[in-house]
Design a protein around this ligand. Structure first.
Ligand code: AKG
Ligand code: FE2
Length: 289
């Protein structure tokens, strides 16, 4: 398999230069990996590196686009300090993307920033929700009609523990394998799901196929073990970026990570023809949205 991870040696979130080779690699579904790009914590912020900061009732801690902190325990002062820490990561993640991908500037829509203090290995989840299985991201309740899911990750682990991912084969190969097995799209079912508020908007055929691919990958044990893949331990103090709706990925172990999702309209890509929407449309031979 062609190399899926592109290493970039820089230690500054803002020293932006846009390299056409990195841009093409990212838009081809590869992972841009920054081994020396660490998110710095102050001495007092280190107290947030504990699972107990999370409210057990929620899956992650997040800072929404309006700056509201969700899913955290602690008094108002501690919560404000935690919100400031997560907000600083958001600012740095945005600066990194602005520098690397200037054409996206102004078109990115910010999703909540998440802080994940839980140990990956201890999570018990249904097959569909189990991110330890290779998958491309697709969200059942939030159809996106091809809008891209760009993610910036940083490993904050204070004990030097890597966040171990598996990275799989290119999207077109994945699609070639799972599209033939996908259940056909049903417009009336999509309308029913919307009417019942299962989806926040109408699920398009694109959204349906992405979910079918996501579920097909996760529920195929043979695919999980035998598909072309590499294991990638992202060390503590490193960061990485990928289009998670395109890059086949799975998280195997690790603890303490922050993640920023940025949504991008397909037409703002450097090469929109490399998007999952363009690839699936071409493979299906009909419009999907
Ligand atoms: O927790 C992680 O490292 C990644 C999980 C995942 O699949 C994702 O964030 O899309
Ligand atoms: Fe994922």
């Amino acid at each position: 398999m062609e190399q899926q991870i592109i290493e970039i040696d820089r230690a500054d979130w803002r020293s932006g230069n846009a390299d056409p080779a990195w841009i093409a690699a990212l838009e081809a579904g590869k992972v841009l990996y920054f081994p020396r790009l660490a998110f710095g914590l102050s001495a007092s912020e280190r107290r947030f590196l504990a699972p107990a900061v999370r409210d057990p009732k929620s899956r992650n801690i997040s800072l929404d686009a309006e700056g509201r902190l969700k899913g955290a325990l602690g008094d108002a002062v501690a919560q404000a300090a935690l919100a400031a820490m997560i907000g600083r990561f958001r600012t740095q993640a945005k600066a990194l993307i602005d520098g690397l991908l200037p054409q996206y500037s102004g078109a990115l829509r910010l999703a909540p920033t998440s802080y994940r203090p839980m140990k990956v290995e201890s999570r018990q989840q249904s097959v569909r929700a189990d991110d330890r299985r290779l998958h491309v991201d697709a969200f059942p309740s939030r159809p996106n009609r091809g809008e891209r899911i760009l993610r910036v990750f940083t490993n904050l682990n204070p004990d030097g523990e890597a966040r171990v991912w598996r990275v799989g084969e290119p999207f077109e190969t994945v699609a070639g394998r799972f599209l033939p097995k996908a259940a056909p799209y049903s417009a009336w079912k999509a309308r029913a799901l919307h009417a019942l508020h299962v989806t926040k908007s109408l699920r398009s055929e694109y959204d349906h196929l992405m979910l079918q691919i996501h579920d097909g990958m996760k529920s195929d044990p043979d695919y999980q073990s035998n598909a072309a893949q590499v294991t990638m331990p992202f060390p503590a103090g490193s960061s990485w970026v990928c289009f998670s709706d395109q890059t086949s990925h799975a998280v195997m172990s690790g603890q303490y990570m922050m993640e920023q999702t940025l949504h991008l309209p397909v037409e703002r890509q450097y090469d929109a023809a490399s998007s999952p929407l363009a690839i699936l449309t071409r493979l299906c031979g009909r419009p999907l949205i």
